[in-house]
Design a protein around this ligand. Structure first.
Ligand code: SF4
Length: 399
């Protein structure tokens, strides 16, 4: 498997479009090539992102992957196919994401060629405003296209004080659009709130093939879509905590690999404007761009395989609902967060990030060794072996 290199001739021809071969005419790594406006280059389709009124590519470049601080060739390669939306955050990759994006746009002298989304971990209005200022500095830009409250859980933060801060920042031209990201168990509640909050223009939320039958979530997506909230899917791979090779249970029934099939499934939902993807090497970038460029939908057999795979791996995928299992144990642990960090370690291959995030949890939440997790195992409606994952967390995160 090639990684960390530009698309090869074979790769691009495999995209299934003769126009794609035009991608090979210039060196992908050169800044000038990143700006080349080659009209014959196949471009990833775009959809309107709700109230922003702007069209964004259906495939978005996740910024948690660790971009090269000097010049990241993956961004350049994505740009050539119209994937010009970078999903950054103040905290991604130890705070280096925003400076890396800054290096890139300065090097190509093309801030206007990129859509930059970033996020604030601070949710109170003053903290949000301060983080926006820091993000602008680190991104070395006078404006951010879309700024999110990052990982929103508590709806109380979408309040009048924040609305005023957002309005002021917009008036000053510091941000163009506002929204939030969320992936906890109350995603439906937050989507319903977004639908009723006119100044929320976009929401990025956890959405993947495991959730297609979820009526509450679907009602919330409908409400947000009807209210013209731009909807972005994240965590589309439905990755499995602690089981690195679980995706191998997927049986390829046609053209698409598991990683491509789950994206095609999200794009089949017209309520969703785009899917953000964690593309930390050129192979993933190549596969995802190929899937985005190709108009062929999933076949019935592929949809059925996704359903079968979801059922077969259900007891490996945590939904983040730790009010259920957390209340079953007599300790203030953070089971869903800890499982997510184990996933970062084992599935995403990001051990340093996983350990750093775990280290930020309160001391009591990190004290896993003395806790009996058997009641959590019994409480989890999906049969997840919480005790085994916490044992794994102790081994790989707490050292
Ligand atoms: S282990 Fe089960 S109950 Fe606990 S957060 Fe994950 S899915 Fe929910």
């Amino acid at each position: 498997m090639p990684s960390n290199k530009e698309l090869t001739r074979r790769d691009v021809l495999a995209l299934g479009s003769s126009a794609a071969s035009a991608a090979l005419l210039g060196p992908a790594l050169a800044p000038a090539a990143a700006l080349a406006q080659d009209k014959t280059m196949p471009q990833v389709a775009r959809r309107t992102l709700g109230k922003t009124g702007k069209k964004v590519p259906i495939l978005l470049l996740g910024g948690a992957v660790g971009f090269d601080l000097r010049f990241d060739p993956k961004i350049a390669e994505a740009l050539r196919f119209g994937v010009n939306y970078i999903d950054a955050a103040d905290c991604y990759n130890g705070g280096t994401c925003e400076p890396a994006v800054a290096s890139f746009h300065k090097r190509i002298r093309g801030r206007d060629k990129l859509w930059i989304t970033s996020k604030s971990d601070e949710h109170d209005p003053r903290g949000f405003e301060a983080t926006l200022g820091t993000s602008l500095k680190k991104l070395e830009t006078s404006y951010i296209d879309l700024y999110f409250l990052h990982n929103l859980e508590d709806p109380k933060y979408l309040n009048e004080d924040l609305r005023k801060v957002v309005a002021r920042a917009k008036q000053a031209g510091r941000l163009r659009h506002f929204g939030f990201s969320c992936h906890s168990s109350n995603v439906p509640e937050l989507l319903q709130l977004a639908a009723k909050t006119p100044w929320v223009e976009a929401v990025m939320f956890r959405y993947n093939f495991r959730k297609y039958g979820d009526k509450e979530l679907n009602r919330a997506i409908d409400a947000a879509y009807k209210a013209n909230v731009g909807l972005i899917a994240m965590k589309t791979q439905g990755s499995e905590a602690g089981i690195r090779d679980a995706w191998k249970k997927f049986q390829k029934k046609g053209k698409w690999t598991k990683h491509q099939a789950v994206l095609k499934a999200v794009w089949a939902d017209r309520r969703i404007a785009a899917a953000v993807s964690h593309m930390d090497n050129f192979e993933k970038l190549r596969q995802n761009i190929a899937a985005a460029l190709d108009k062929q939908s999933l076949t019935q057999a592929e949809w059925q395989e996704l359903d079968r795979y979801a059922a077969a791996t259900r007891s490996l995928a945590c939904d983040g609902c730790d009010h259920i299992c957390g209340s079953a144990v007599a300790a203030p642990v953070r089971i869903a967060d800890t499982m997510r960090f184990v996933m970062y370690h084992d599935v995403y291959g990001e051990p340093e990030k996983a350990r750093a995030l775990f280290a930020k949890l309160p001391a009591q939440a990190r004290n896993l060794a003395q806790v009996d997790f058997a009641p959590a195992n019994r409480a989890c409606p999906y049969g997840i072996d919480v005790a085994a994952h916490m044992k794994r967390a102790l081994h790989v995160l707490a050292g």
